[in-house]
Design a protein around this ligand. Structure first.
Ligand code: DP6
Length: 360
């Protein structure tokens, strides 16, 4: 499917003022997106678990106006006006404008809130842009009720991607693919799709417990990190590695081979951080507590033979991934050995989820 498929020929229904609300989850990448081309085209294919409890809830109130030159909107976060979010949303609106030609005929009030704490160091851009894109896709659907449900979801993912790449994977679940890959028919660089192959039941109830090591703002943003992959000495090899890992995941996800799963997931996380450490300028987002947790996880696995593994985003927090039938032992281990490495004992217990939902 091409960009032009997302331009609808007509909007038969004229709208009065109204309000739409969607809740979208965060996601955690197993195969990491790091590096992009052009306008949010990933340099390599990625694969993620959609989460269940780490959500952004966004409402979009709309009222028709005389068509204006600029976008007319205001943004509220946790009930208070938040002008800091406006530039990013303005960029998002100008990117989706060619696909939603009615945007300048409305005034919008965007109200957003997250279930996870603001100062947790958890990026809200994936869930935030997914929820926002779904609100706009819904607005379009009210004006053209005939839109095919498949096209609706693809367009929402396509628009979310234009806000933040990883947001494309937050529309549906439980496993999402983003990025063209010859082994995965139907995969695309411009939107994410639900992983279309057989998945072993063990992955349907996987846990992701996020250990909050650092709640602060990151020293280097993800946008900057992606840019530093341009001309990076190891970029080509890294993109090949991600592509190969995604191929390898197909058999692992089918067979439920947890040992191989652990190996690929941890290797992806460390390779992502290795790219940061070998960028010019180089930088380091892991902290001593991140490394201490990783080492304790490795000892725990050796000692118990269980399948707890970690992954990292572009930050110091550690995502612990483990199957449901090992959760009692893992929670005891977290309590006894890992909590001491978290900022004020902070953690978020999440699990694999099914995707965004509209709030009626
Ligand atoms: C490390 O999606 O935040 O989390 O497209 O610039 O908004 P932008 O980047 P973003 O990058 C996420 C990178 C990552 C890995 C991943 O989620 O795949």
């Amino acid at each position: 499917m091409k960009e032009s498929n997302f331009i609808l020929p007509e909007y038969p229904i004229t709208l009065e003022a109204g309000k739409i609300e969607w809740k979208a989850p965060s996601n955690i990448a197993l195969i990491k997106y790091w590096g992009k081309k052009g306008l949010q085209i990933p340099a390599n294919p990625s694969l993620s678990f959609t989460l269940q409890k780490s959500l952004t809830s966004t409402s979009l109130s709309y009222s028709p106006i005389e068509k204006s030159e600029n976008f007319s909107f205001e943004v509220f976060f946790d009930g208070k006006p938040n002008p800091d979010f406006k530039p990013k949303i303005e960029d998002f609106l100008s990117r989706v404008d060619p696909y939603l030609p009615f945007l300048k005929k409305f005034h919008f009030k965007i109200e957003t809130t997250n279930t996870f704490p603001h100062s947790s160091g958890i990026a809200s851009s994936a869930s935030g842009f997914a929820a926002l894109a779904l609100c706009f896709a819904e607005l379009e659907r009210i004006m053209n009720t005939g839109i095919d449900p498949e096209l609706f979801l693809k367009k929402a993912s396509f628009m979310a991607r234009l806000g933040s790449g990883s947001a494309s994977r937050s529309i549906q679940g439980p496993l999402m693919l983003w990025g063209d890959h010859s082994m995965f028919e139907g995969s695309s660089d411009i939107y994410a799709v639900v992983y279309p192959f057989e998945v072993h039941p063990v992955f349907r109830s996987f846990h992701d417990t996020i250990l909050l090591v650092d709640r602060g703002r990151k020293s280097v943003s993800s946008s900057m990190g992606h840019q530093l992959m341009v001309g990076h000495r190891y970029a080509g090899k890294r993109f090949d590695q991600a592509s190969d890992n995604r191929t390898a995941m197909k058999a692992i996800l089918k067979n439920g081979d947890l040992n191989r799963f652990v190996e690929i997931v941890e290797s992806e996380a460390l390779s992502l951080h290795a790219m940061m450490m070998t960028s010019i300028p180089y930088y380091l987002l892991m902290q001593p507590n991140t490394v201490a947790i990783i080492q304790k996880i490795w000892e725990f696995r050796l000692r118990t033979g269980l399948h707890l593994c970690f992954t990292l985003d572009a930050g110091a927090n550690v995502h612990l991934l483990f199957p449901d039938d090992e959760s009692v032992e893992v929670y005891n281990f977290i309590q006894e050995e890992l909590l001491e490495h978290c900022d004020q004992g902070g953690l978020i217990k999440d699990r694999v989820g099914l995707g965004a939902v509209m709030v009626s």
